[in-house]
Design a protein around this ligand. Sequence first.
Ligand SMILES: [Zn+2]
Length: 403
Amino acid sequence: MKKYRRTFVDDPLVIDSFESIERYLIELLERKLDSLEALKKWLKDKSELEAVIEEEMAWRYIRMSIDTTNDSFQKAYTFFVTEIQPKLAPIDDQLNKHFMGASFLSELEKDPAYAIHIRSVKSQLELYREENIPIQAYLSEKTQEYGAISAAQSIEHNGAQLTMQKAAILLKEQDESLRKVVFEKMATRKHQDDKALNELYSELVKKRTELAINAGFENYSDYKFKQMGRFDYTKESCFDFHEAVETHIVPLVKKINEAKLEKMSKDKFKPWDTAVDPEGKAPLKPFKTGKEMLDGTVDVFNKIKPEFADFLKTMEKMEHLDLESKPGKAPGGYNYPLYETGAPFIFMNSVGSQNDLTTMIHEGGHAVHSFLTHELELTAFKNFPSEIAELASMSMELLIRMD
Ligand SMILES: [Zn+2]
């Protein structure tokens, strides 16, 4: 991969305090935007700085989620969100104002790409409240507790300690007594954290509501819609969709489940019956190791477009993959874009199941999107809302039908 050459920010730059980035911010704030060229150059420099800062934040987040038990990783992330970001936020707001006050803005707005960016800057300005800075810092730190609590969960089975992801694949086995034992062990372990998770969630709801009210909203959903750049639909559209699912999809699911019960010769599902194949088929075990899953995915991507396979191979070479479930690892999966490097990072918890393949292909779709958008002019252009991001990943899933 061709390395991006910095023209504004020092290379290398160690970001270990707010002071290490402050002078770039001040220079941007003081710079005169007296021509269209100057305005474009300013955006480009700001974009370079943003890519450097966001990539620093990304690595701190990635390392922490891979090993939630590592104290120094957790401290490095916490330092960033509680010491650097809160000092960055008010300057960012001033930079937004500086940009919106530029006399050549209307000229720039004629280009649709910039028009979309300007729309999102306006929205950021409307949402900004100084009193929300400490709340945002607190939330960034607090939301990590879910990952750490979940990562610490495991069960003992047949003398081995299994992560929850590894235990869950046993729920697909045909042997019902095995499923029951594993399910009960998992449920017992999860119940131990009921209190901690309930308290965490209640606290987050409280703080998020506070954040929304400070910004002039009635509730967090309305605030979040604006913050996530959803200009084309409202939360009411989502409620309508929920209703449509209830009316049309739920009856279908009931019918499918009745047919399943009949095949299993049961009147009612037990909680350990939901993952098993009703026709008595053994669970699919498409691969054993993360490496095997990756190689298979590279082959599949190669059939769609060789370039897509090359992207995954590049990530492997750069060690931008952490695929297997292991103790202490946060749950879930993500593709984290690295705006300066261009090659993103894929994190997931694979255990050898069919679902993992779907996740790998999904995250791989995001990764292809990251590579293909790398050449776009501004970091802000690559920072798309989730509706656009999921278009790439879900399309990849649809292209690669596996059932
Ligand atoms: Zn996704």
